[in-house]
Design a protein around this ligand. Structure first.
Ligand code: SF4
Length: 506
């Protein structure tokens, strides 16, 4: 189980790698989308080489175990828990289990309801265990429809295949880049609200390149995959050709009165693997999802792609805190900012805290990074960053503008973009939003040259305020101080494109 966890966290399955590689081939060199995909593939290579988490959000661990009759499930559960504890202590998993009422982090990923473990009996002698690690950013973009419904951009969706088609297309649109697109979706049709979502998540265990045995659903999967990639949302919502990398649909029976369509959205960091085990001694007999070619991604990918741009290269601006208002007002959407010097992490708990309290350090002219890193302390008491990609920024929308003004913060780095309240504050105060590549946790960890301290550790490792010294940390300006927002523009054009698919197909 320990090997399964480490491998799932650090080494993307072969079918997922091939899907990402196909998407990369389709993007035009030099575009934002191509550069983002190059960062993603470089990150995949780094995580694999150094056996470190692909993304700092190591997600909700969900184990699906099929066991022979007579297998001791109580003992197996204990062993899974032990392996999870060990993998967390070794920095292969981020402590991700938080008490919903007190906010306390258990520190070892074990807690009420976590990890999720399901056992099913089967008639074979071997044990089959599959693990999926689905992060919060993409989990938050899951969506459930109850038909009939009025669907934004697509009109009325009835209780038939055509209504289902509209729901699935809309699910990709509503995710925009916030679930770290390009993504994969699992769809569950029917059931009750709970089993419909369970069926959707189950679809994520299908291989990306399999073919649905139900002809209607196979056609629907192909249709959605093709049309979703015309929406122009692209990698991280920056625009581009690759929006969806896989679509798998399953159907179950339903009550006459209900008709649910549930969509489980998974980011590009689609971490799911499996093993078959010898039921006598627990030895791994075979790995699942590792068949076919393994595409390996080289570390110099980013440079290689950007050497031959078809578009004008973006302007590059180097900044070091403290940053002045003038420097910020000079930036425009599309510029690439390279940050050297200090930045400070802050996510949900910090933003909530700063609304009512003073900051532990002077944040005037500083950079806030929406990030919950994986950190490990060495024997001498020094902290080291093991994974540090951006988290979803929109969660801070209620606070961000006020906090920037209150403390004089000039730049915020995150992923997925922010809303109108923050955009207005950026304009009034002279601030900028920078989009880093979601999930590229190794790529960004490599830019962090030192951990200069930490405050508010009582919120737990992911939520504490880490003071990081960085070098060459690159991010794209996607919201500037002139009222421009790439996210708003992409959302608008993708809605227009979605509306093309209003007409009945089935
Ligand atoms: S890649 Fe993005 S959505 Fe996926 S786990 Fe990482 S931060 Fe979350």
């Amino acid at each position: 189980m320990y090997n399964l966890i480490v491998e799932t966290s650090t080494n993307l399955p072969h079918d997922v790698r091939r899907a990402i590689d196909r998407a990369k081939q389709k993007e035009n060199a030099g575009t934002r989308a191509a550069l983002s995909l190059a960062t993603i593939t470089q990150n995949i290579g780094m995580a694999d080489d150094h056996v470190l988490p692909i993304c700092q959000d190591t997600g909700m661990l969900t184990f699906e175990a099929k066991v022979p009759v007579g297998a001791d499930q109580i003992e197996m559960k204990k062993q899974i828990h032990e392996a999870v504890r060990q993998a967390t202590a070794d920095g292969k998993l981020r402590p991700n289990s938080v008490d919903s009422l007190t906010g306390e982090n258990s520190g070892d990923n074990i807690g009420e309801g976590t990890p999720i473990i399901h056992f099913t009996q089967w008639e074979k002698d071997e044990i089959d265990v599959r693990l999926i690690m689905k992060g919060g950013g993409c989990e938050n973009k899951n969506i459930q429809y109850s038909l009939p419904a009025e669907i934004e951009g697509l009109g009325r969706a009835g209780r038939d295949l055509d209504g289902i088609r509209k729901c699935i297309l809309h699910s990709v649109y509503q995710a925009q880049g916030q679930g770290c697109s390009a993504g994969f979706i699992g769809v569950g049709i029917g059931g009750d609200r709970i089993s419909s979502y369970a069926l959707a998540k189950e679809q994520l265990f299908r291989k990306v390149d399999d073919v649905n045995p139900n002809e209607n659903l196979a056609h629907l999967e192909d249709y959605v995959l093709e049309k979703a990639n015309t929406l122009g949302i692209g990698t991280m919502g920056f625009g581009g050709e690759a929006t969806l990398l896989g679509c798998k649909v399953g159907a179950g029976n339903r009550l006459p009165a209900s008709f649910f369509v549930s969509v489980a959205y998974n980011c590009w960091a689609f971490r799911r693997l499996g093993v078959t085990l010898d039921a006598e001694n627990g030895a791994i007999q075979s790995w699942l999802y590792k068949d076919g070619d393994k595409v390996t991604f080289a570390e110099e990918e980013v440079a290689a792609t950007s050497e031959d741009p078809i578009e004008e290269a973006p302007r590059e601006v180097v900044l070091e805190a403290p940053i002045t208002e003038e420097q910020i007002r000079d930036l425009k959407v599309g510029d690439v900012v390279v940050i050297n010097g200090m930045m400070h992490t802050g996510r949900d708990a910090i933003h909530h805290h700063l609304m009512e309290h003073d900051a532990p350090i002077d944040l005037n002219g500083q950079v806030i990074y929406h990030c919950g890193p994986v950190m490990l302390k060495d024997g001498d008491g020094n902290w080291h960053v093991k994974a540090a990609g951006p988290t979803t920024s929109i969660r801070e929308e209620p606070y961000q503008g006020d906090i920037m003004k209150k403390f004089g913060i000039r730049a915020v780095i995150g992923k997925g973009g922010m809303g109108p309240k923050t955009l207005k504050a950026l304009e009034e105060h002279g601030g900028v939003y920078l989009n880093a590549i979601g999930g590229a946790a190794q790529y960004y960890a490599d830019c962090i040259k030192g951990v200069e301290g930490v405050d508010l550790m009582e919120f737990g490792i992911p939520e504490a305020m880490w003071h990081l010294r960085v070098e060459g940390f690159r991010a794209i300006v996607t919201m500037d101080a002139h009222g421009n927002s790439l996210h708003r523009d992409v959302e608008k054009t993708s809605l227009e494109r979605l509306s093309q698919y209003k007409e009945r197909v089935y």
